[in-house]
Design a protein around this ligand. Structure first.
Ligand SMILES: C[S@@+](CC[C@H](N)C(=O)[O-])C[C@H]1O[C@@H](n2cnc3c(N)ncnc32)[C@H](O)[C@@H]1O
Length: 302
């Protein structure tokens, strides 16, 4: 495959994970890109009255950092997984109830099994507070933050060095959720498939102040870590939508896969160098794609 030039993430300082605003830990989370995105937004827009849209939001690590740091004015988050959606909606619309639950929930294996059952047994596809809280609980207590199919931190017998409560600092999490609730007027959440979300958003919003940050499941092995409602057809349909010019300002991240190289061959593509201390665990090469210069006055921003 053709050699791509590289974006060195160290050139774009961002909040340390410890200081992140999102209450989620997310496998493949993009909080580490918030410095790069802030810099990119400044080159694409004259003001910070920007609506930042994230159709595959997961933990929305970059989005909430950018909102908290004043680089964008509002967020439209979306995730097709009702568990992720319910967690965001519960924090936004039932903030006090969520905080009470963080305060009182036991951090024990018995409770971990209860929350796992809520997460897997709830087949309802509508918003549900308990389902949302279970997703959050499992995200904070399982290895790597994976909501399904992963074991608890410390192992089932809790003999590991770190125990189930290692990533559940109640006070710190309450502060983060409080902040989310206090900013509910500026954060929207929806539960749509990516293509419906993009289509609705581009019709409803002013394109000159909208920016789309798109972080789909990996083409290869995307299904291991979280819901993957993206077959090859949908990766191609997403590329058709983005390269059609209907949406003008976007940044897309992907695994470096031949399909992606092919369907975005006319766009700007760079490798993301995440090989710095905190991200050493990332083994897969990731690429970052922006619209080609023909469509995008600010392509030089990269
Ligand atoms: C790579 S993760 C996003 C991580 C996120 N950028 C972060 O920093 O935490 C992909 C997310 O897309 C969601 N998803 C999968 N297929 C989808 C689809 N067809 N439409 C919308 N969301 C989808 C998954 O539930 C998952 O949360």
């Amino acid at each position: 495959m053709q050699e791509l030039s590289t974006i060195d993430i160290r050139d774009f300082p961002h909040r340390h994970t410890q200081n992140a605003v999102s209450p989620f830990r997310y496998p493949g989370g993009k909080g580490f890109l918030s410095g790069f995105l802030a810099d990119h937004l400044a080159k694409c827009f004259d003001s910070s009255r920007i609506t930042f849209l994230e159709p595959f939001c997961g933990g929305a690590g970059a989005a909430v950092n950018l909102l908290a740091d004043g680089y964008v004015d509002s967020l439209h988050l979306n995730d097709a997984d009702v568990r992720v959606y319910s967690a965001w909606r519960a924090m936004l619309s039932e903030t006090e109830r969520f905080i009470d639950r963080i305060q009182s929930v036991p951090l024990t294996m018995d409770e971990w099994y209860i929350q796992s059952r809520v997460s897997t047994d709830d087949t309802n596809s509508n918003y549900d507070f308990d389902l949302g809280f279970a997703s959050f609980y499992l995200n904070r207590t399982t290895r790597s933050g994976i909501v399904s199919k992963a074991g608890p931190i410390g192992g089932y017998d809790q003999t590991g060095k770190w125990k189930i409560d290692a990533r559940f600092n109640r006070q710190g999490l309450i502060e983060r959720v409080k902040w989310i609730g206090a900013n509910r007027e500026r954060i929207k959440i929806s539960n749509l498939d990516v293509l419906s979300f993009l289509d609705r958003s581009r019709r409803a919003l002013n394109s000159s102040s909208s920016f789309y940050f798109i972080d789909p499941p990996y083409v290869k092995a995307g299904g291991r870590l979280y819901l993957n409602a993206m077959g090859e057809d949908k990766h191609v349909a997403l590329s058709d939508m983005l390269t059609s010019g209907k949406i003008t300002k976007w940044v897309l991240t992907y695994d470096d896969h031949p399909l992606i190289r092919q369907i975005y061959s006319d766009q700007n593509m760079k490798t993301i160098d995440v090989n710095y201390s905190l991200q050493k665990k990332r083994k897969e090469a990731e690429i970052l794609i922006t619209p080609s210069a023909a469509r995008y006055e600010s392509a030089s921003a990269l």
